[in-house]
Design a protein around this ligand. Structure first.
Ligand code: AMP
Ligand code: FE
Ligand code: FE
Ligand code: ZN
Length: 279
């Protein structure tokens, strides 16, 4: 089977509607696709319904904004109950922080000579409850300041960049606990991507596994080079956790992240399914 466990729709910062994403998954010959929008479950009803129509198995997921030592860490949750009170409350707080930092970013951009209005950003956000830097980037593209999202991130919006404003995120250990309380399976997204190995060194990953029951690591991902994938894959097997692979598809919002560019094995997906069912 062809299994891709990490994708985004325009319910967060992807560009396809959830239904379009599922149809694209079918065209990409995927048998299984997880929708994992940032800090929201709002796209799942539409994606699951389209999955039934299109004959694609849709896994209900979400990518939770976490942090360790002030550095951003992303945690994938599969099969978590959206009504779980602890998780829902924290997700609300994270989404509030996403919106709350917008004016700070816009002030910085104005001072840097690349002004965009709040209305222009909100036009990109549309109905998404999860305001992200990619929406700001899209408004910057429309204003003619940058060519694409990549240039907006590389020049202005990257973590610690000139227009970056930190926002609230959940301590990653607590994030794992919240996902488990909600009956979900917790897999760290791109743990060593973008030079972030120092944020989640092996000893920290071991602690998350031993003390919090972290279920898995996303090993095969475009943000990991081949050597990193091999090292992380070996670490996953020595820790006895699941190793997944996925695209982190964002529609046209991210190049080199086509659906199915990385995939998860049948065996690993069977184990994730079993853990989702057991919860
Ligand atoms: P935020 O959710 O506001 O913290 O923004 C982070 C999101 O921006 C990530 O989830 C990615 O989807 C996206 N992103 C990060 N870096 C880049 C980049 N260089 N080009 C395009 N999108 C990016
Ligand atoms: Fe994203
Ligand atoms: Fe991510
Ligand atoms: Zn993602």
């Amino acid at each position: 089977m062809k299994i891709d466990l990490h994708t985004h729709s325009n319910v967060s910062d992807g560009t396809d509607t959830p239904a379009e994403l599922v149809r694209a998954a079918r065209l990409a010959s995927l048998d299984v696709v997880a929708l994992t929008d940032h800090d929201t479950f709002d796209g799942l009803v539409e994606a699951l319904a389209e999955g039934d129509r299109a004959g694609v198995r849709v896994v209900p997921g979400m990518e939770l904004s976490c942090a360790r030592d002030g550095h951003s860490v992303h945690l994938l949750a599969y099969g978590a109950d959206p009504a779980s009170p602890g998780l829902a409350a924290e997700m609300l707080r994270v989404r509030g922080g996403r919106l709350g930092r917008l004016n700070g970013v816009l002030d910085l951009l104005a001072r840097l000579g690349v002004p965009v209005t709040e209305a222009a950003v909100m036009a990109e956000v549309g109905a998404s409850p999860s305001v992200g830097r990619p929406h700001i980037a899209d408004a910057m593209v429309k204003a003619g300041h940058v060519r694409d999202r990549t240039e907006a991130f590389d020049r202005f919006l990257y973590d610690g960049g000139p227009a970056h404003v930190p926002r609230y995120a959940i301590d990653v250990a607590r994030g794992v606990d919240l996902v488990h309380e909600a009956g979900g399976v917790a897999v760290l997204a791109h743990p060593w991507g973008r030079g972030r190995e120092h944020v989640l060194p092996p000893a920290v990953l071991e602690g998350l596994v031993q003390d919090h029951g972290l279920d898995g690591l996303e090993v095969d991902h475009q943000d990991h080079d081949p050597i990193t994938r091999r090292r992380l894959g070996r670490l996953a097997s020595s820790l006895g956790v699941l190793a997944t692979g996925s695209s982190d598809y964002h529609g046209t919002g991210k190049t080199d992240h086509d659906l199915g560019v990385h995939t998860t094995t049948d065996e690993v997906f069977a184990e994730i399914s079993a853990r989702m069912a057991r919860a």
